[in-house]
Design a protein around this ligand. Sequence first.
Ligand SMILES: Cc1ncc(COP(=O)(O)O)c(C=O)c1O
Length: 351
Amino acid sequence: MSKFWSPVVHELTPYVPGEQPRERLIKLNTNENPYPPSPGVEKVLNDYPVDHLRLYPDPESLALRQALAREHGVEVGQVFVGNGSDEVLALAFQAFFRQSVPLSMPAITYSFYPVYCRLYDIAYRTLALGDEWQVPLEAFDAHSGGIVFANPNAPTGHGHGRDVIARLLERVTECVVLIDEAYVDFGGESAVPLVEQYPNLLVTGTFSKSRSLAGLRLGYAFGSRELIEGLERVKNSFNSYPIDSLANAVGIAALEDSEHFNACREKVITTRERTRRRLMNLGFEVLPSQTNFILTRHPDHDAAQLFVGLRERGILVRHFNTEALRDFLRISIGTDDEMDSLTEVLETLVG
Ligand SMILES: Cc1ncc(COP(=O)(O)O)c(C=O)c1O
């Protein structure tokens, strides 16, 4: 606490990201991709004319937005980019959810959403997940100040198909529906083709997971021109240049290599299903996942103790100490070798 802080800063409970350990561990705690980015990314970095760094980057990131528009079959005016999708989400909460009625979100979802609510003083309501751990789309109030959820959801891994999302959008027309597709490339179905039809739909995505570029900080959103303009107004009141020149160039190179992209995500999916089967053989309950992580619990073993046991043996996973998730571990999908080490250690821990 400090007398120099603005009053709101005293009230904040900042998001706590997964640990970035200093020692060498098998790192399965922040849903990074175990495979390197496209070789084209390395070439851009090696060949980058350093003199370009004298100049400010393109404040509109036009070339990167054009590449995203091409890749996703939308117009460039329907694309927004930011410094990681966390920044895009923060700008979206500011742009669309500071309303007189509360925002709606699932009770279990990406834990950054309530943090933005506190930062921007946004009231929100939460809805319990369904029996299959699904986001209860039918329960969202059409008269909310906005609706936000991840699809596939985090940390549960369940995703809804586009037809179900379309039904939600037929019913909810008067507020922004923000769908966070950080994990969609690992088996989900994207709602991006719906942005043309529904002016209140905003879909966010990231280069951090399926493009192996978490360290670069590149995220994006697709939506109607009116939503993109709202985002740009907030962004240009805060930071004109969130995407540096290198990130612009690297992002384009990553998008151009669909072969590498598809090969990596297929490997992650195959390893995920293999890991899931092996953990189930050890007696774990493993929720079905359309992402690059699994959420799992063991009926006879305390998750916090398993977390410590894994860590002592050099494997870092994520344990959320909340009432709903206390019994679970969230485990990112690494390489086959990493997941073999994980299953071996878990086998000794659950005996
Ligand atoms: C659901 C979800 N959305 C967004 C993000 C943020 O990703 P980034 O800021 O790296 O684009 C994450 C990161 O883990 C996430 O889990």
